[in-house]
Ligand binder design. Structure first.
Ligand code: UDP
Length: 249
């Protein structure tokens, strides 16, 4: 499929890991990266696409890390969820600098710095053309922001969930280690689960599967790919859904 002149998807949810915000650094937020992301999101907003984001926190803190050294896991996960709020505030600022309106909505109450997550209010923001950034994951320990992304995508009736990674899709093997690795253009949810293709955790994939939420995995570092996908180009990244009649790569 080639790119259309109008967006194919009206409402999308984009999952950005914390690491996606780091750029070449090994910690924190790169101003260059968030500026570039904001510019890519603006192209979608200008085209009338409703854009929701879920941001991770791995560039700052992950609960399992210190839990391995004896920290209480729930405390670690709460720290991780707060890390996602820091990232969300950084993104909100970059998005507003780029001329859009954004709202951070947190799954844990922290309403002196951002709004609480209220589904109907989130949908209203989207309808008004505001970028909604969902922070604090699901609000529960032992979950990931990938699961939060699946959950929010389903809740807001997104047409497509996009998982931004450092690789341009799902491969038969790690393409950085195995030169013969091939990219899948299309997989079913069960193939991702059965073959243990490390895309997202199983909870996140199962949520998408059981609720028919299509998912496309793509490389966030390739400028323009986000727009290509939203405008209907099929040969970008890997699509995961239940449409098993589609050709495989
Ligand atoms: N987290 C959590 N519940 C959630 C989402 C996230 O407890 O619903 C915590 C967990 O400790 C996780 C951290 O927040 O490690 C950061 O999220 P994640 O690892 O998903 O970030 P990413 O890998 O996307 O940067």
């Amino acid at each position: 499929m080639t790119q259309n002149s109008t967006p194919t998807f009206r409402r999308i949810l984009l999952k950005l890991s914390g690491e996606a915000l780091m750029g070449n650094a090994d910690y924190g937020i790169s101003a260059d990266v968030v500026e570039r992301l904001a510019a890519e999101i603006k192209e979608l907003i200008d085209a009338g696409v409703e854009v929701a984001l879920v941001v991770g926190g791995g560039n700052i803190f992950r609960g399992v890390g210190l839990a391995g050294r004896g920290m209480d896991r729930v405390t670690g996960d709460q720290m991780g969820m707060l890390a996602t709020v820091i990232n969300a505030l950084g993104l909100q600022d970059a998005i507003e600098h780029a001329g859009m309106t954004a709202r951070v909505m947190s799954a844990v109450r922290i309403n002196q710095v951002c709004e609480d997550y209220i589904r109907r209010r989130a949908i209203r923001h989207l309808e008004k053309g505001r970028v909604v950034i969902f922070a604090a994951g699901t609000g529960n320990p032992f979950f990931t922001t990938d699961s939060a992304a699946s959950l929010r995508a389903i809740e807001i009736n997104a047409d497509l969930m996009l998982k931004a990674t450092k690789v341009d899709g799902i491969y038969t093997a790690d393409p950085k280690r195995d030169a013969s690795a091939k990219r899948y253009s299309h997989l079913s949810y069960d193939e991702v689960i059965d073959q243990r293709l490390a895309v997202m955790d199983t909870t996140a994939i199962v949520l998408c599967r059981d609720n028919g939420m299509p998912l496309r995995v793509f490389d966030i570092n390739r400028t323009g790919d986000l727009k290509r996908i939203v405008f209907g180009e099929d040969n970008v990244g890997t699509l995961v859904d239940n449409n098993l009649t589609r050709d495989k790569a």
